[in-house]
Design a protein around this ligand. Structure first.
Ligand code: SAM
Length: 173
C-alpha cells in the first residue's frame, strides 16, 4: 500500500516543519494519522505517538501502517486508543493537537497538567473552532508559567485559513 503522503496538505506539512527534530512527536486527535505517518517516514523523530479516541479510526491506521512496506522495522511508533485526556505517560518532544475545538484542546492540556504528564518542549495547536477559548487559556497566568506563546501562523487549507499557535516550554531561570 502506498503512503498517504500525497494527501498531506500545506497545513499538515507545516506541523512537521515546526516540530522539534530528534525528539518524540505526538499526533493527538490524529484521525487519518497522515501527519504522524509523515513524521514517521521522515526518520527525523525517534518515536511517533498517535492518539485518537475512536477505535475504528485507530484500527484503520494500524492496518495502514502494517501494510506499508516503506515503513521499515526501525520506525518506532505507538498507537493510543484513548482520548487525549486519558494519556497516561509523559508527553515529551512535540505535542500536536490539530483539527479539534479549543474546548477539547483546553481539556486535554488541563488533564495532562493535572497528571504531571505535560513534559514536552513544544506544543503546536491548530484549533478549528472555539479559538477564543484556547487563546484565553494559553495566555492565562496559569499556563504562561509553563509555556510561552512564541508565534502564531496562518495556514491556508483550500479556501480556509487555520491558525497555528507555537508554544515553547519556559526554562527555569
Ligand atoms: C477533524 S479530525 C482532525 C485530524 C487531524 N488532527 C487534522 O488536523 O487533520 C478530529 C479527530 O479528533 C478526534 N478527537 C476528538 N476529540 C478527541 C479527544 N478528546 N481525544 C482524542 N481524540 C479526539 C476525533 O475522533 C477525530 O478523529
Amino acid at each position: 500500500m502506498k503512503l498517504p503522503s500525497p494527501k498531506l496538505t500545506t497545513r499538515m506539512r507545516s506541523f512537521i516543519d515546526h516540530a522539534i527534530l530528534h525528539a518524540p512527536f505526538w499526533d493527538v486527535c490524529c484521525d487519518h494519522g497522515y501527519v504522524g505517518i509523515k513524521a514517521l517516514v521522515s526518520n527525523q523523530f525517534p518515536m511517533v505517538h498517535f492518539v485518537d479516541q475512536v477505535p475504528h479510526i485507530m484500527k484503520r491506521l494500524q492496518t495502514l501502517i502494517y501494510q506499508n512496506r516503506e515503513l521499515r522495522s526501525e520506525h518506532q511508533y505507538r498507537l493510543h486508543v484513548c482520548s487525549g485526556e486519558e494519556i497516561d505517560i509523559d508527553v515529551e518532544g512535540t505535542l500536536l493537537i490539530a483539527g479539534v475545538g479549543g474546548f477539547t484542546m483546553k481539556n486535554i492540556l488541563n488533564a495532562l497538567i493535572d497528571k504531571d504528564h505535560l513534559q514536552c518542549d513544544r506544543i503546536l495547536l491548530s484549533p478549528h473552532t472555539d479559538e477564543k477559548v484556547i487563546v484565553e487559556f494559553i495566555i492565562s497566568d496559569f499556563f504562561q508559567a509553563l509555556y510561552s506563546v512564541d508565534d502564531k501562523k496562518l495556514l491556508t487549507e483550500g479556501k480556509r485559513e487555520r491558525p497555528l499557535y507555537i508554544l515553547n516550554k519556559k526554562r527555569a531561570l
